[in-house]
Design a protein around this ligand. Structure first.
Ligand code: FAD
Length: 465
C-alpha cells in the first residue's frame, strides 16, 4: 500500500470506530478505518445492553429501526439485587427500555451503514506506530503507512494508538474471574433481567430473546486468572450460590472468564490524535455502559471533526475532552459503585448497602438520577439549564420529528424564521418562544431570542462553512 491520504484515519472497527467512520463519511469526510481483524464480524456477544440514549442516537441516523428489527428483549424495568427497581418505562423517550441485543448485531448495522456512506474499511491492517506534526498524522501499519489530517484511536482497551502517543491509562483491576456465558435455560427466572448478590457472589441473567440467556457470575471464593479453564459446572455452581438455582442451564454457545479494569486516560486529545471508546476508558460491565459510552464518544466527536475540516476553529475539538472526559469519569464511578455494592463480602456492608439502595431507589430524585445515568438520557454537558442538555425528540410543525430532521448529521434550528444553509430550519409543533440550535448529536448548542445574528455566529464557530 502506498502512502495514502485520508482526512481522518480511524483505528479499530468496533462499535465506536464504526459509528464514527459512518458519521464522518456521511458528512462527506474522506475516512479510512483500519482494523487488524479479518473481515468477518466476531460473534462474541460482549456487550448486550443497548440503552435508550444509544437508540436515540441511532434514530437520529435512521438506524434504530434496523437495530430493533434484529430482535432482542425490551426491558422496561431492571431489578437490582431484588431490592431496588429502576423503572426505565418512565423515561421520556421513544425508547423507554433497555434493549438486550448482542454487540455483533449492533456492529453489523453500523458496518453496513459506514460502507454505504462511503467509509473505506481496511481489514487485516494492524496499526503499530503513530507520528504527528503540526500539519498531519501518519500511522505505520502491517500494510504500509497512512497519512491523514486527524487520527482517532478506537482500538479498544489495549489501544496501540494510545501506547504509540505515550498516553497513560491509569487505574486498577476491579474484578477478577468474572464468568460470562450465553446459555439456554430450562427454568428461566421470574424477573428479566435477574440480578442477585448473595454468599459473596453475584449473578446476572438476561434474556437475549433468541433462545439464549446471558449469564454473568462472580464468586469471591474462587478467583482465577483469565486463562484458567472455565466450564458450565463452575458457572452453574456460582449461579446457584446467588439465586439458589442454576435455572436449568445447558448448551452454552460461548463461555469465557475475564477481569475488569477501571481506567481512564487523562486527555482524550493529543494534538491531531483522539481517543474514544475503550481506548479512552474502561470499567466493570455493571450497568452495561461500555459500548454505550463509546458510541456516545463517537457521536460527540464526529460532527466536530467534520466541522473543523470545513473551517470551524480548531478549539471546537477541545470541547470533546471538556464534554466527554467528565462523562467517562462519572460512568467509571457509577459502574464501580454498582460492582462494589454487588461484590462486597462483608454481611454488614451488604445489608447496609442493600438497605441504602432500597431506600435510595424509593426516593424519587435519586431513582430518577440513576435511571438518567444508566440509560444515558440524563447525561448532559456543562451546567446550563438549556445549552448542553439533550434535546428531546419533539414533534415538528410539518408532522415529522426532531430526530428525523437531524438525520444526515445536520444542525437543526428550531425557529423556522431563521435561514442558514448550514442547518435545517424547523418549527416546533409546540413553540415556547425560545429559538434553539440543536447540534448533530442531539444536544442543544445554543438557545436565545436574538436568533438570526446569534445563530450565524454559533454556526460559524461550530459548523464551519
Ligand atoms: C468479555 C467482555 C465482556 C463484556 N461485556 C460487556 C457488557 O456486558 N456490557 C457492556 O456494555 N460492555 C461489555 N464489554 C465491553 C464492551 O464490549 C466494550 O466497551 C466495547 O466493545 C467497546 O467498543 P470499542 O469500539 O471502543 O472497542 P472494541 O470493541 O474493543 O473494538 C476495538 C477494535 O480495534 C481493533 N484493534 C485493536 N488494536 C488494533 C490495532 N493495533 N490496529 C488495528 N485495529 C486494532 C480490534 O480488533 C477491535 O475490532 C465487554 C467486554 C469484554 C471483553
Amino acid at each position: 500500500m502506498s502512502n495514502q491520504q485520508a482526512a481522518v484515519i480511524v483505528v479499530g472497527a468496533g462499535p465506536t470506530g464504526l459509528l464514527l467512520a459512518g458519521d464522518l463519511a456521511e458528512a462527506g469526510v474522506e475516512v479510512v478505518l483500519l482494523e487488524k481483524r479479518a473481515a468477518e464480524l466476531s460473534n462474541l456477544s460482549r456487550a448486550f445492553a443497548v440503552h435508550a440514549r444509544t437508540l436515540e442516537t441511532f434514530d437520529a441516523r435512521g438506524l434504530a429501526d434496523q437495530v430493533l428489527a434484529q430482535g432482542g428483549a425490551r426491558m422496561g424495568s431492571v431489578s437490582l439485587f431484588g431490592r431496588a427497581t429502576l423503572h426505565l418505562s418512565e423515561l421520556e423517550s421513544r425508547f423507554p427500555y433497555l434493549l438486550v441485543a448482542p454487540q455483533y448485531h449492533v456492529e453489523a448495522v453500523l458496518r453496513e451503514r459506514a460502507i454505504e456512506a462511503g467509509a473505506e474499511i481496511r481489514y487485516d491492517t494492524e496499526v503499530t506506530g503513530v507520528v504527528q506534526d503540526g500539519a498531519s498524522v501518519t500511522v505505520t501499519t502491517s500494510q504500509g503507512e497512512v497519512t491523514g489530517a486527524y487520527l482517532v484511536g478506537t482500538d479498544g482497551v489495549h489501544s496501540a494508538v494510545r501506547q504509540a502517543i505515550g498516553m497513560p491509562y491509569p487505574g486498577e483491576a476491579v474484578l477478577r474471574s468474572l464468568i460470562l456465558a450465553d446459555v439456554k435455560l430450562d427454568e428461566p427466572p421470574e424477573h428479566n433481567p435477574a440480578i442477585q448478590g448473595a454468599h459473596g457472589a453475584f449473578g446476572f441473567v438476561a434474556d437475549f430473546d433468541d433462545g439464549y440467556w446471558r449469564v454473568v457470575a462472580w464468586n469471591h471464593d474462587n478467583q482465577q486468572p483469565d486463562d484458567a479453564p472455565v466450564d458450565l459446572d463452575e458457572l452453574s455452581e456460582v449461579t446457584r450460590r446467588c439465586f439458589g438455582t442454576d435455572f436449568g442451564m445447558h448448551s452454552p454457545r460461548w463461555i469465557s472468564r475475564f477481569h475488569s479494569d477501571e481506567r481512564q486516560v487523562p486527555n482524550y486529545r493529543d494534538g491531531r490524535v483522539f481517543l474514544a471508546g475503550d481506548a479512552a476508558h474502561c470499567h466493570s460491565p455493571a450497568g452495561g455502559q461500555g459500548m454505550n459510552t463509546g458510541l456516545q464518544d463517537a457521536a460527540n466527536l464526529s460532527w466536530k471533526l467534520a466541522a473543523v475540516l470545513r473551517g470551524a476553529p480548531d478549539k471546537l475539538l477541545d470541547t470533546y475532552q471538556d464534554e466527554r472526559h467528565p462523562v467517562g469519569e462519572a460512568v467509571l464511578k457509577f459502574s464501580g459503585a454498582l460492582v462494589r455494592f454487588a461484590s462486597t463480602r462483608s454481611r454488614v456492608v451488604e445489608v447496609l448497602g442493600e438497605a441504602g439502595a432500597a431506600l435510595g431507589m424509593r426516593v424519587k430524585p435519586i431513582a430518577h438520577r440513576a435511571i438518567g445515568m444508566i440509560s444515558g438520557i440524563g447525561i448532559h454537558y456543562g451546567h446550563d439549564k438549556t445549552v448542553g442538555r439533550r434535546a428531546a425528540d419533539i414533534g415538528l410543525k410539518d408532522g415529522s420529528r426532531l430526530y428525523e430532521a437531524l438525520r444526515g448529521g445536520r444542525f437543526v434550528i428550531l425557529d423556522s424564521s431563521v435561514e442558514d444553509d448550514r442547518a435545517v430550519a424547523a418549527a416546533s409543533a409546540e413553540p415556547d418562544g425560545l429559538a434553539r440550535v440543536v447540534r448533530p448529536d442531539g444536544y442543544i448548542g445554543w438557545a436565545g431570542e436574538d436568533a438570526p445574528e446569534a445563530v450565524a455566529a454559533y454556526l460559524d464557530a461550530h459548523a464551519g462553512r
